[in-house]
Design a protein around this ligand. Structure first.
Ligand code: 13P
Ligand code: SF4
Length: 350
C-alpha cells in the first residue's frame, strides 16, 4: 500500500493516542488490519467494544451492523465511526423490520407467537435486534449460535431465526440434533412466508430466507473437487455456508474457530478453507508450515468489507485529529435499549 498513507495513518493514530481504539474484523484488508488495536470475529469485537469505556473514538473497521452493535454496547460519550458508510452487509439487508413485523403478525394470527422465541444473527440491523429484544429473544454470532439456539428453544417451543437460513439450519441440525424436516424456510417476499399454517404450526425452527453472498457461493462441487485434487486435505468452513457444504466438510466454525484450528494443527496439514478471501490469504501467509488454500477460486472478497481501505481509514483518522467526528454511527435510544437487551442476553449465555 501507499507508503505516504501508511505514514499518515500512523501519525494520526499516534496523535490520538488513548482517545482512539481501532477494531478490525478478520475479513478486512491487510492494509487496514495493520492499524487495528484488536482483530476478531464479530463476537470478540462486540465484547472488545463493550470493554473500552475509556476510548472516546471507536473506529470500526468492519461493516455497518457491527458498528451499530458497538454503539449500542458503548457509552453515549463514545463515538463509533465507520470509515466508509457504504460498508453494509447484503445478508443484514435481507431482513427489514417491516417484513419481520408482518411475519410476527402471521404467527400471532395463528396463535403461535406466544410459543416463538426470536433469535437474530449479529449480522442484522439494530432495528431487527431491537425487535428481538422486545420479544424476549437473543442475538447470536457464529461462535455462540448453538448456545443461543439451545437457550431460545428452552424458553419456547419454536425459534424464528433471522436472517441467515444457513447458520440457523446448520446449527439446528448439526449441533442441536433437529431433523431437516423440523426446519421451514420463511420467504419474506411471499404472502404468509410461502408456508401453510400447518407448516408453521409443526415447525420447530422457522428460518428466514437470507444468506451471505460470499459464503453462499461455496458448493458441494468445490468440496469434492479439492478432495480429489489434494489427498488428505481438511476442509474447514464457516457455518454461513450451505448445509450440504458444511455436512461434507471436516470442520465448521466461526472465523476465530478457523484461525485457532489452523494454529493448533501439526505442520504440513493441508487445508481448504471456505470463508472470506482476505482472511484465508492472511492465514496462508502467517502459516507457511501448513498448506492453506481457498476452497473455491470462484468465490472472492466480501465487497462491502473491502470498502474499508487505507484511504478511508486515513481520512477518518485525520478528521478526528482535526476535531471533527466523521461517519458516526448512532442508534436511537429506544431501539438501542431493546437491542441491548438481546445483546446482553447473548453476552450472558452460559
Ligand atoms: P463471524 O465474524 O461471526 O465469524 O462472522 C462472519 C461474517 O460474515 C461477518 O460478516
Ligand atoms: Fe455480510 Fe457475508 Fe460480507 Fe459478512 S461476509 S459482511 S455476512 S456479505
Amino acid at each position: 500500500s501507499d507508503p505516504g498513507l501508511v505514514e499518515r495513518a500512523a501519525a494520526a493514530k499516534a496523535a490520538l493516542g488513548d482517545r482512539l481504539f481501532v477494531l478490525g474484523h478478520h475479513y478486512q484488508r491487510d492494509e487496514v488490519i495493520a492499524f487495528a488495536d484488536v482483530t476478531g470475529d464479530s463476537f470478540k469485537l462486540a465484547r472488545e467494544a463493550a470493554a473500552r469505556p475509556a476510548a472516546e473514538f471507536i473506529v470500526f473497521c468492519g461493516v455497518h451492523f457491527m458498528a451499530e452493535s458497538a454503539d449500542i454496547l458503548t457509552g453515549d460519550d463514545q463515538a463509533v465511526i465507520l470509515p466508509d458508510l457504504a460498508a453494509g452487509c447484503s445478508m443484514a439487508d435481507m431482513a427489514v423490520l417491516g417484513q419481520v413485523e408482518t411475519a410476527w403478525e402471521t404467527l400471532t394470527d395463528l396463535g403461535l407467537a406466544g410459543d416463538v422465541v426470536p433469535v437474530t444473527y449479529m449480522n442484522s440491523s439494530a432495528d431487527i435486534k431491537g425487535f428481538v429484544g422486545r420479544h424476549g429473544g437473543v442475538v447470536c454470532t457464529s461462535s455462540n449460535a448453538e448456545r443461543a439456539l439451545r437457550w431460545a428453544y428452552e424458553q419456547g417451543s419454536k425459534v424464528l431465526f433471522l436472517p441467515d437460513q444457513h447458520l440457523g439450519r446448520n446449527t439446528a441440525v448439526l449441533e442441536l440434533g433437529f431433523a431437516l424436516g423440523d426446519c421451514v424456510l420463511y420467504d419474506p417476499h411471499k404472502p404468509g412466508g410461502g408456508l401453510t399454517p400447518e407448516q408453521l404450526r409443526d415447525a420447530k425452527m422457522i428460518l428466514w430466507r437470507g444468506h451471505c453472498s460470499v459464503h453462499g457461493r461455496f458448493t458441494l462441487d468445490s468440496v469434492n473437487e479439492v478432495r480429489s485434487r489434494v489427498p488428505g486435505v481438511r476442509v474447514l468452513v464457516h457455518p454461513e455456508c450451505r448445509h450440504e457444504v458444511v455436512t461434507a466438510a471436516d470442520e465448521v466454525g466461526s472465523t476465530e474457530y478457523i484461525i485457532k484450528a489452523i494454529e493448533a494443527a501439526p505442520p504440513g496439514t493441508a487445508w481448504a478453507v471456505g470463508t472470506e478471501l482476505n482472511l484465508v490469504r492472511r492465514l496462508a501467509l502467517a502459516h507457511p508450515e501448513q498448506q492453506i488454500m481457498f476452497l473455491d477460486r470462484a468465490v472472492c472478497y466480501c465487497s462491502t468489507m473491502n470498502r474499508i481501505d487505507l484511504p478511508h481509514l486515513v481520512w477518518a483518522l485525520e478528521e478526528l485529529v482535526a476535531g471533527r467526528v466523521p461517519n458516526r454511527i448512532t442508534v436511537d435510544a429506544e431501539t438501542a435499549a431493546y437491542a441491548r437487551k438481546a445483546l446482553d442476553q447473548m453476552l450472558a449465555l452460559p
